[in-house]
Design a binder for this molecule. Structure first.
Ligand code: UD1
Length: 344
C-alpha cells in the first residue's frame, strides 16, 4: 500500500476515473460523496475494473462534524483529492448562494481539519475557466486570472485563493491545483463514465444522448465566432489521461518533490478542437449521423481556449496520450452500455 487517499466526490465523473487509477497504482482509497450528482453504480464499476471496492461513505463536505468523525475513524490519511463541488454554470447564475455555500464551505472545512488530523496534502480540482477569454492561445499558467463569468467560475478562483492564503498563513499543508480544460470520454471498459442528472449541460453527454435518442436534437451554440468554422474551440482531454495526472500529483506531494507549497498545472492536450469538429469526429467513430442545429450563442461562453500543457509535461512528466477519436469512441461505448443496462 502506497498511502491512504481521501477522494471527495469520488463517485462522480472525474472522481471515479481517478479512484481507478489510484487503486491501480497501489493506493488505498476512501471515497466520500453526497451523491447529489452521482450514484453508487460508479463504485460498483470501480470494483469491476480494479477488483477492489474502495471504502465509500455517503457524506457531504459541508458537514463539518461528519468530516471530523471521518478523520477520527480513518486515521492516517496521507492526502486528499477534492473533487466534490457543484459544477453547472447556468444553475450557478440562478442559485449563487448554493454554489458559494457548497463549493467554498467544503474546501474551508477540509483545510480547517487537515492540520488537526495531520493530513498534509491536498489536490484541488480547478478549471481553465479561471482564465476567462484568453488574450492568446495556447494559454499557460502565468496568464492572468480574469473576472469570473459565473458564480461557479468564481468559486474556482476564490478556492484557489483560499488555498494560497491558508498555506501562506503557515498552515502545515501543501497543495497542487490542477486546472482542467474540457474532460470528456469514459473508461475503455465502459464500466464508468459521465452520467449527469437530468438534461446534460456539457457537450459530449448531450451528443451521445442525442445519438441514442434520449434527446431529440443537439443545439450548437453559435457558428459566428471568430474561429475557422465559426463554432467555439476547446481543449477536449480524455478523462483517463486527466485521472492519471492526479496520481502523479499525489506521488509528487507524498514523495516531497513539490518545488513550492502551492503548485498550479494546466491539464490539457495542447490542441484546440471546435464544437463542429468534435461532432464530426463523433459521427465518424460511431457511424451515426447526429441530429444537430445551429442556434444562438450561449451566454457566458468563451470563444476559444486551449492549453499550453508544457509545465505539466515537463515538471510532472505527464502527457495526454489518447486520441480524440478513441476518446469519442469511449464516450459512445459508455452510452451504449447505459442503454444495454436499461439506465438510459
Ligand atoms: C464549462 C465551464 C467550465 C467547467 C465545465 C464543467 C465556463 C466558461 N466553462 O465548460 O469551467 O469546468 O463547464 O461543467 O464556465 N455546447 C453546445 N451545445 C450544447 C452544449 C455545449 O454547442 O448542448 C458548446 C458550448 O457552447 C461550448 C462547448 O460546447 O462552446 C463546450 O461546452 P461545455 O461542455 O458546456 O463546456 P464549457 O462551457 O467549455
Amino acid at each position: 500500500m502506497k498511502g491512504k487517499i481521501l477522494v471527495t466526490g469520488g463517485a462522480g465523473y472525474i472522481g471515479s476515473h481517478t479512484v481507478v487509477e489510484l487503486q491501480n497504482a497501489g493506493y488505498e482509497v476512501i471515497i466520500i460523496d453526497n451523491l447529489s450528482n452521482s450514484t453508487t453504480d460508479s463504485i460498483d464499476g470501480i470494483e469491476r475494473i480494479t477488483g477492489k471496492r474502495p471504502v465509500f461513505i455517503k457524506l457531504d463536505c459541508n458537514d463539518l462534524e461528519g468530516l471530523r468523525n471521518l478523520f477520527t475513524e480513518h486515521s492516517g490519511i496521507d492526502g486528499i483529492i477534492h473533487f466534490a463541488a457543484s459544477k453547472a454554470v447556468g444553475e450557478s447564475v440562478q442559485k449563487p448562494l448554493l454554489y458559494y455555500r457548497n463549493n467554498l464551505n467544503s474546501l474551508i472545512n477540509l483545510l480547517d481539519l487537515m492540520p488537526q488530523f495531520k493530513v498534509r496534502n491536498i489536490v484541488f480540482s480547478s478549471s481553465c475557466t479561471v482564465y476567462g477569454e484568453p488574450d492568446n492561445n495556447p494559454i499557460d499558467e502565468s496568464a492572468p486570472v480574469k473576472p469570473a463569468e459565473s458564480p461557479y467560475g468564481n468559486t474556482k478562483q476564490i478556492n484557489e485563493e483560499i488555498i494560497k492564503d491558508t498555506i501562506t498563513s503557515g498552515a502545515p499543508v501543501k497543495s497542487i491545483i490542477l486546472r482542467y480544460f474540457n474532460p470528456i470520454g469514459a473508461h475503455k471498459s465502459a464500466e464508468i463514465g459521465e452520467l449527469p442528472n437530468g438534461v446534460p449541460q456539457n457537450l459530449v453527454p448531450y451528443i451521445t444522448q442525442t445519438a441514442i435518442g434520449v434527446r431529440e436534437q443537439l443545439s450548437v451554440f453559435g457558428d459566428d465566432y471568430n474561429t475557422p468554422d465559426g463554432s467555439c474551440i476547446r481543449d477536449f482531454i480524455n478523462v483517463v489521461d486527466l485521472a492519471k495526472a492526479h496520481v502523479i500529483a499525489i506521488d509528487r506531494m507524498l514523495g516531497n518533490k513539490s518545488e513550492d507549497k502551492v503548485e498550479i498545472f494546466n491539464l490539457g492536450t495542447g490542441n484546440g478542437v471546435s464544437v463542429l469538429q468534435l461532432i464530426h469526429v463523433f459521427e465518424k467513430v460511431s457511424g451515426k449521423k447526429l441530429n444537430y442545429k445551429i442556434v444562438g450563442r450561449r451566454t457566458g461562453d468563451i470563444e476559444k481556449i486551449w492549453a499550453n500543457p508544457k509545465k505539466a509535461n515537463e515538471v510532472l512528466g505527464w502527457k495526454a496520450v489518447e486520441s480524440i477519436d478513441e476518446t469519442m469512441l469511449s464516450a459512445w461505448n459508455w452510452q451504449l452500455k447505459l442503454r444495454e443496462k436499461g439506465i438510459m
